[in-house]
Design a protein around this ligand. Structure first.
Ligand code: C2O
Ligand code: CU
Length: 453
């Protein structure tokens, strides 16, 4: 990546928060919608983003922007996303949280060569959920995601409409990531960050701790932690309650009122906030109150303004969805998540590192198992399974929070903790991976393979 020659001044840290309005990623329009299939066209390329006012930050971006354009899909309507790799190195695209056939999943060894293209077919047969897409070429994701290869994919369905959830401009994806900058405004990424990179500057949708004007209505805020390795604990400054309606795999069975919630790398949480109860002119800061927050404490600010017509959304009460019952588990695995330091850093699962030529778990389509992750290390390991979803069954540190009892694809395993999940091996056969989503850990081999037959 080339630093822009047109640098105008020297960026000095710390940056003033709340100086810029929250940017909203552009929505991608399909190039065709024939035969009930939406076809999209995306260039994976270098770009320049104005992240710090007056500076151009070199990035890698879908369509050259960061975060990449939002794709809005609908259950029952397949999409084909035609990705053109215009970078000088291999890339590929993983639809994180999607039920996707193995050949279209973005397995780390399945890459698009520079100059080549691939049509990713997404059946969109699962319930509404907040998915995201990102690069997944093996050994490089910490770098490519940090430099911008991240976008949101919002899958909608009828159930959401029945519930009258906020739509359009009141349905807001928020991509959180911590970064660091060089004096010329370019991203700074340290190379020896085997334990996981942490930045000192908080970005939401590619702006430093932005502000967002909100009308006195109900908003659906969709939080994605797209950070390399930072975990957040998010709270509104006045400790007002947020109503959590969804997690990784879509709606919960019933909404859960929370005054704060953790968000580990790759996890999503959706909340409703009813701004009708706030006075115009009030400013509410969203804070990261995690113990290691440092200078990432001020995430963004909501500025309540008057206005807005009649409310079209409502706050759901009672049951929103009935989760499918899982078949009884027919095996139990217990895996240690640990660090091997002889001969360079390697993170491991059950004393193994990623080997694309080895299958670590074989299962039958339609069955389920119990997977227990034991974390003897002093780092959080957000464990992610491709192409399928699971339920969190048990946490040795206490009860499983109701906000974590829906379908999940990523779960934060805390230092010293045992977390048991129950994956359901549906809906496709094939070879998938599961790995730590602390990106430097995944790149350093903290990944195994699953084959469903
Ligand atoms: Cu979000 Cu294997 O990835
Ligand atoms: Cu890890």
């Amino acid at each position: 990546l080339q630093t822009s020659a047109a640098r105008r001044a020297q960026f000095s840290s710390p940056f003033t928060p709340f100086a810029r309005d929250l940017p909203i990623a552009p929505e991608l329009a399909p190039v065709s919608g024939k035969n009930g299939v939406d076809v999209y066209d995306v260039d994976i390329k270098e770009g320049l983003a104005e992240i710090l006012p007056g500076f151009e930050t070199p990035i890698y971006g879908y369509e050259g922007v960061y975060p990449g354009p939002t794709i809005r899909a609908r259950k029952g309507r397949p999409a084909i996303v035609r990705q053109h790799n215009q970078l000088t190195f291999d890339s590929n695209v993983h639809l994180h949280g999607g039920y996707v056939p193995a050949a279209h999943d973005g397995h780390p060894m399945d890459v698009i060569a520079p100059g080549a293209s691939f049509d990713y077919t997404y059946p969109n047969e699962q319930d509404a959920a907040f998915l995201w897409y990102h690069d997944h070429a093996h050994g490089r994701t910490a770098r490519t995601l940090y430099y911008g290869l991240v976008g949101t994919y919002l899958l909608h369905d009828e159930r959401e409409e029945e519930l009258e959830l906020p739509q359009g401009e009141y349905d807001v994806p928020l991509v959180l990531a911590d970064h660091a900058f060089n004096k010329d405004g370019s991203f700074r990424y340290a190379e020896n960050v085997d334990l996981g990179f942490r930045g000192d500057t908080m970005l939401v949708n590619g702006a430093v701790s932005p502000r967002m004007a909100v009308q006195r209505r109900i908003y659906r805020l969709r939080f994605l932690n797209a950070s390399n390795a930072r975990s957040y604990e998010l709270r509104l400054g006045n400790s007002r309650q947020m109503l959590q309606i969804a997690s990784d795999g879509g709606l919960l069975e019933a909404p859960v009122a929370r005054s704060s919630f953790p968000l580990h790398p790759a996890e999503r949480i959706e909340v409703l906030i009813d701004f009708r109860s706030f006075k115009p002119g009030s400013e509410i800061v969203l804070q990261n109150v995690a113990a290691d927050a440092g200078t990432t404490k001020s995430v963004m600010r909501f500025d309540v303004v008057d206005g807005g017509g009649a409310e079209e959304a409502r706050m759901p009460r009672g049951r929103m969805r009935t989760l499918e019952k899982l078949p009884a588990p027919n095996a139990t695995h217990r895996w240690d998540l640990s660090l091997l330091t002889q001969g360079g850093v390697q993170w491991q699962i059950a004393n193994r590192g990623f080997d694309p030529n080895r299958i670590d778990v074989s299962t039958r389509l339609g069955t389920s198992e119990l997977w227990q992750w034991h974390n003897p290390s002093n780092r959080v390991h957000p464990m992610h399974l491709h192409g399928m979803l699971y339920r969190v069954v048990e946490r040795s540190s206490g009860v499983v929070h109701p906000g974590e009892r829906g379908w999940k694809d990523t779960v934060g395993v805390l230092p010293g903790e045992d977390v048991t999940v129950q994956p359901w091996f549906v809906p496709y056969e094939g070879r998938y991976v599961f790995h730590c989503h602390s990106l430097e850990h995944g790149d350093k081999a903290m990944m195994l393979q699953l084959e469903v037959t």
